[in-house]
Design a protein around this ligand. Structure first.
Ligand SMILES: [Zn+2]
Length: 219
């Protein structure tokens, strides 16, 4: 039985539509959030392919992510490999503790902003209490990773060969895809993604898993 895991970054308003789809099909997912970047109300973050991307307001976040797993994406989304060590430590530790406090769940996963990390950053992420940390580099056979602090996913959710990778992954047991919901900029993209989720949920050869459980069950 293959385990399918997924995670989504940055805490944006389109996660509302995404979590609605995931709930409807009984899919599990982890959301990588930056505790320091959410105001009471929605805020404009940047423009992606002509569309304004907004972060969710604090007041709607518990409801938006109810039933899903929260992971740390640092406090404010800097490039952690290019900062003084004390600032990196704060980004990692404060990001984690604020998410734990806000969501009332243990935060055990980490995702490197911009996929950027170094030996020092990996050490600090581990010391802060995370059991894995995701990069943005795709690999054919993601689990178990050589180093849990540089856990490479299988691919981005928009990888043109996602379906092929999915079938191939049945031989080794885990597929892990990731992305940002704001990358779905057309109705057709949303529909295609929902169809992917529906197909995975209906596949007797697969089950949705929690990322963190992959690590909890080891040694
Ligand atoms: Zn990010």
């Amino acid at each position: 039985m293959m385990t399918v895991v997924q995670c989504w970054d940055d805490g944006v308003t389109t996660d509302m539509r995404l979590t609605d789809i995931l709930r409807r099909h009984g899919a599990k997912a982890t959301f990588n959030l930056n505790a320091g970047l959410h105001e009471k109300n929605r805020t404009l973050s940047f423009v992606y392919e002509g569309t304004e991307v907004r972060r969710l307001g604090r007041d709607e976040m518990r409801e938006a992510y109810d039933g899903f797993t929260i992971a740390n994406h640092s406090l404010t989304h800097p490039r952690l490999d290019q900062m003084p060590v004390e600032a990196v430590r704060r980004e990692i530790m404060e990001g984690r503790s604020r998410l734990q406090q806000f969501f009332g769940q243990p935060v055990l996963g980490f995702a490197y902003p911009f996929g950027a990390y170094s030996e020092t950053v990996m050490d600090l992420v581990r010391e802060a209490g995370h059991v894995y940390a995701r990069t943005d580099r795709g690999v054919d056979d993601p689990f178990p990773p050589e180093n849990a602090m540089s856990f490479h996913p299988s691919c981005h959710f928009l990888a043109p060969d996602l379906r092929l990778r999915y079938e191939k992954a049945k031989a080794h047991g885990v597929i892990y895809f990731w992305g940002h919901s704001y990358e779905m900029t057309t109705e057709a993209m949303w529909e295609a993604f929902e169809e992917t989720v529906r197909r995975i949920s209906a596949d007797p050869g697969s089950r949705w898993g929690e990322l963190v459980d992959l690590f909890k069950h080891r040694d």
